[in-house]
Design a protein around this ligand. Structure first.
Ligand code: NDP
Length: 289
């Protein structure tokens, strides 16, 4: 697991910081989440995101916007090799054959012939099919249809079982993670097994931007609250995928490579942790969509 910061001259001098996943694949540490962006708006939003510098896009079958992502990619003039596209198996598609079928559907909607990363969206322990679901991901990986495979919303217990019963260690575990739910214990577990923690709802869907301590730190660095939080994720070696449909915010969220939070600021943010969730605990997710 390593992180390297590079300026890519081929992409107009845009800063890109890559992490190296446990299978050697490089992934931008800062990506762009697209949950709740509708198909019809996606090409324009992605055009903004690409022009700003984002190259990693996080979508999912259940977001019902893979077609829009595909259209946005097709309209861009960015080489496919420079993009990192993640999508996910939805809860209703768990199971070996269902997952293989769902993958083909996602690929068709995205108009791609491979995805960079394919993730199990939720473990759904009450359905108890995440092992066979992940085995389908292993098959896709072995056949070269995906460059990396991983999971979302797995606890350390789910991960332990997965690693006992499957062959390939997941590259990432994408979980709810923000200043009020810092996930240090799970992160330590993941790090021990060479799995990157990836933060969903990294801004707590905007709620964390109102935090007094974040605002004070933002004043100190003359940055916005969102920039402070995104920078905090990056310095914590977490993959981070903020979502925005607003062009000024998209630009703001990418403008985080020209400053560094000092230890005091990092410690003050660490003190905000209070195990507060926005979404369900993985063991309680029961939406079979
Ligand atoms: P975020 O924490 O990224 O927050 C998004 C919200 O914050 C939007 O309302 C956006 O508004 C607002 N916002 C973004 N940037 C700024 C800014 N600079 N200033 C003020 N407001 C801002 O929430 P998400 O839940 O979208 O999480 C990010 C991504 O994580 C998702 O899009 C999805 O890809 C992924 N995800 C994965 C899950 C999983 O189970 N694996 C679950 C949930 C999310 P606006 O758009 O109006 O600008």
């Amino acid at each position: 697991m390593s992180i390297s910061y590079v300026i890519n001259k081929n992409q107009g001098g845009i800063s890109l910081n890559y992490i190296t996943l446990n299978n050697g694949t490089k992934m931008p540490q800062l990506g762009f989440g697209v949950w709740k962006i509708e198909n019809k708006n996606m090409p324009a939003v992605l055009n903004n995101a690409f022009n700003t510098g984002f190259r990693s896009i996080d979508t999912a079958s259940v977001y019902e916007n893979e077609e829009g992502v595909g259209e946005g990619i097709a309209k861009s003039n960015i080489s496919r090799d420079d993009l990192f596209i993640t999508t996910k198996v939805r809860n209703k598609d768990h199971g070996y054959d269902n997952t293989l079928k769902a993958f083909e559907e996602s690929l068709k909607k995205l108009k791609l012939d491979y995805v960079d990363q394919y993730l199990v969206h939720w473990p759904m322990p009450q359905v108890d099919k995440f092992i066979e679901t992940y085995k389908a991901l292993e098959k896709l990986y072995t056949e070269g249809r995906v460059r990396a495979i991983g999971v979302c919303n797995f606890t350390d217990e789910h991960l332990s079982r997965l690693m006992d019963e499957c062959e390939i260690i997941p590259t990432v575990n994408q979980v709810e993670c923000h200043v009020y739910l810092q996930q240090q214990k799970l992160k330590d577990f993941c790090q021990k097994h060479n799995i990157f923690l990836e933060a969903w709802s990294p801004l707590m869907q905007g709620e964390a931007l109102q935090e007094k301590i974040i605002k004070e730190i933002a004043n100190k660095y003359k940055k916005t609250a969102a920039q402070i939080i995104i920078r905090w994720h990056l310095q914590n070696k977490t993959i981070v995928i903020p979502k925005s449909s607003t062009s000024s915010r998209i630009a703001e969220n990418y403008d985080v490579f020209d400053f560094e939070l000092d230890n005091d600021s990092m410690d003050r943010i660490a003190s905000l942790d209070k195990e507060k969730r926005q979404g369900p605990h993985p063991d309680n997710m029961n939406i079979l969509e």
